[in-house]
Ligand binder design. Structure first.
Ligand code: ZN
Length: 118
């Protein structure tokens, strides 16, 4: 399915801080680890943990049950503005180079990854 024309203007990106806005994990915040754009799923660090059975491998010699992040739907998370310190709606604005910048609707702050901060 290629009907997601907003892909270039994707609101949520890897390493963003997001908050879950509905469901079992509502209110939890975490860092975006991975996004599956085509499925509109997002994996957030330490959020929506599920127990998974795993066979023994190099990392886990005993195997057994491990906890892993399960994906959330993109519409169930919202970007957290570092200035507002709360989940906010964002809007897009093209900069001089034509790159779309994400701005917080509330405070107008540009939401981009801080350089040098992991
Ligand atoms: Zn803001």
């Amino acid at each position: 399915m290629m009907r997601y024309e907003h892909r270039a203007n994707q609101a949520i990106r890897k390493n963003d801080l997001v908050q879950v806005i509905c469901g079992r994990e509502m209110g939890k915040t975490g860092k975006v680890m991975r996004i599956q754009t085509d499925r509109e799923r997002v994996f957030v660090e330490k959020v929506n943990m599920v127990k998974k059975h795993q066979r023994s491998n190099a990392q886990n010699r005993q195997g057994g049950i491990v906890e892993k992040e399960a994906s959330l739907h993109l519409s169930n998370v919202m970007l957290v503005c570092s200035k507002c310190n709360r989940p906010v709606r964002i809007r897009f604005k093209a900069d001089k180079e034509g790159e779309s910048q994400r701005l917080c609707v509330k405070c107008g702050e540009t939401i981009e990854k801080k350089k040098g901060v992991s």
